[in-house]
Design a protein around this ligand. Structure first.
Ligand code: 0WD
Length: 275
């Protein structure tokens, strides 16, 4: 039981397809005591069976990260119900639809600000607010995507937010290392979830990744969950500021393996087989 004796809060479960749910399951299976949050009343109802399954008991709190008072209330509830905690999972991102397709330059400042606020600044705010109840040997995990490092079609505004999130992870890691707090990110391969459904042509992205990743598959929330559990556990006590890829190896590819169709036009080489 790798997480026995560890207590933590997981933000960003929308349903059983959420990456945060995969991380929560992995932590629970290894003995962690978990609290989860819900975005609003609509999610409260849907998430209540999940909170039960994860044995959260009453440790099931509202937290819309765009509302500072809800983060403060979360700290107070956690302090009262759990005392000190050992880990935080920040699995939250949002960008208005106009930022996830079409021409990149053609987006409003309002969309940009909302995406940066919810997807990036919230990590800083949550850590700052919860710091008084974080144990001296704690770990924070956030979720990123390769679109923050390289251009990915339609990822647009979220790519800029992920670039900022990855650097935020590194600056936080340096700043909080002296307090015994580690901060890492997982850069996950594409997975079909509620959030990813908002990205234009997402199903093509899934096919492309599976075709070109060394492991010839897409990753699952269980795989991301297990890697996340490692980064939250003492097994990774020497690791901080890391952007850990869990993407079936896609990010190492400098040149995709492309096959050619009957007319000699390039097409995707499924399962690495060339025609
Ligand atoms: O392919 C993917 N699915 C990948 C996702 C690949 C790599 C990274 N990620 C990232 C996402 O960008 C995000 O940071 O993983 C994180 C989790 O995303 P997910 O598991 O794919 O998506 P989902 O199940 O929808 O959970 C994200 C949740 C929200 O769901 P909706 O669908 O309502 O946007 O983030 C939460 C909400 O539950 N969320 C908020 N929570 C608190 N306050 C807020 C908010 N203001 N906004 C969204």
């Amino acid at each position: 039981m790798i997480m026995k004796g560890k207590k933590g809060v997981i933000l960003g479960i929308a349903n059983k397809k959420s990456i945060a749910y995969g991380i929560a399951k992995a932590c629970q299976e290894q003995g962690a005591e978990i609290a989860i949050t819900f975005l609003n009343e609509r999610f409260e109802k849907k998430l209540s069976p999940i909170a039960e399954e994860l044995a959260c008991g009453a440790k099931f709190y509202p937290c819309d990260v765009s509302k500072a008072e809800e983060i403060t209330a979360l700290k107070e509830s956690l302090a009262q119900d759990m005392g000190e905690i050992d880990f935080i999972v920040h699995s939250i991102a949002f960008a208005p639809k106009e930022g996830l397709s079409g021409r990149f330059y053609d987006m409003s400042k309002e969309a940009f600000d909302v995406a940066m606020d919810i997807s990036v600044y919230s990590l800083i705010e949550i850590i700052r607010e919860l710091k008084p109840i974080l144990s001296k040997n704690s770990s924070v995990l956030t979720l990123s995507y390769y679109g923050g490092v390289k251009y990915i079609p339609n990822y647009n505004l979220m790519g800029v937010a992920k670039a900022a999130l990855e650097m935020t992870t590194k600056y936080l890691a340096e700043d909080l290392g002296r307090d015994g707090i580690r901060v890492n990110a997982i850069s996950a391969g594409p997975i079909k979830t509620l959030a990813s459904a908002g990205i234009g042509d997402f199903s093509f992205m899934l096919k492309w990744n599976a075709a070109h990743a060394p492991l010839k598959s897409n990753v699952t929330i269980n795989q991301v969950g297990n890697s996340g559990m490692y980064l939250l556990s003492d097994l990774s006590s020497g690791v901080t500021g890391e952007i850990h890829y869990v993407d079936a190896g896609y990010n190492i590819m400098g040149m995709p393996a492309v096959a050619f169709d009957e007319e000699g036009k390039p097409c995707i080489a499924w399962n690495g087989e060339s025609k």
